[in-house]
Design a protein around this ligand. Sequence first.
Ligand code: FE2
Length: 396
Amino acid sequence: MVDTASRSADAVLEGPDDAPGLVGAVEHDIREDAFPIKGWDHVRFFVGNARQAAHYYSTAFGMTLVAYRGPEQGFREHAEYALKSGGVVFVLAGGVTADAEATKHVARHGDGVVEVALEVPDVDRNYAHAIAQGAIAVEEPHDLTDEHGTVRRAVIGTYGETRNVLVDRSGYDGPFLPGFVAAEPMTAPPEKRYFQAIDHVVGNVELGRMREWVEYYERVMGFTNIVEFVDDAIATEYSALMSKVVANGTRKIKFPINEPAAGRKKSQIDEYLEFYGGPGVQHIALATGDILAAVDAMRERGVEFLEAPDAYYEDPELRERIGTVRVPIEELQRRRVLVDRDEDGYMLQIFTKPQQDRPTMFYEIIERHGSLSFGKGNFKALFEALEKEQAKRGNL
Ligand SMILES: [Fe+2]
């Protein structure tokens, strides 16, 4: 079990701009790990139109374009835009040709996450451990080099067509990765960024496959199962899912994995699997130090969030369970921000609607105050809001 006294989530919520963000982290010596991880490196997406997506993430998510590579740099198949907000780096890659990898991926899945990259101190060591433990081999360790130095990289497979990339950038000081050139912001960055770290990345897998992927991360990366929700814990009249969370030793890297459970009608996980064409990343949780300001700014710029019903805020049980948080409940209600408390503290969270044409990937914005959990108390309210949207799409 984790020593509560060693938890230090709050102190690091407002790190310097380049801090990877130790959100929800616990003290842990990664030298003891068989698969040591320094932190999240980046998330890479294949999208239908990377230039326009980069503009959306700049204007609506307050991210800043920092690097680019494409045909101009000799990469003839893809145009790739790397954007940053604090320690969060997204790479949006679009196909320039009909048979580019991104073009085909988008035809099958729509816009979605293709790589979740982790920064590690020694790529060869982690890769060797993972392969010895039965990881899916995708790319063996290799060097990427340009005039700014060398990045060592390897790739292993995970659920669906998603991959985990291992990156050692300790020998590199360029704008992002070798081949990328520095790029000017597309729009003026916001005065205050909306979020600064990835908190967790959630995968949806097929019915009956959750345990298999949990075991995969336990075996291959030495992760431990820290939370699970089964059967009634996450059920509404229509929808149910099962979820387990695996995390590394520092708890910086958290991968919840969901599978559908039998409900009266099609669950949100089934809807995802149908429209994504298989398993994939369901949502990315972005950690913020000020969820109220972030949600106000993002809404003003056109991001749509799920709306928890008034009954959620007016429920006397909620007020009793939550106690005092840093703002009056009315402020949360006005913005439809959810709140949950566990034995370690509380957290504020809100979920966007899907961020592409298919009802697949969405985002969570999360402000943690000690709590290291995932908002179990909110699942029912949240699912009811989700189902309302699903019904509008004719998929319930
Ligand atoms: Fe989440």
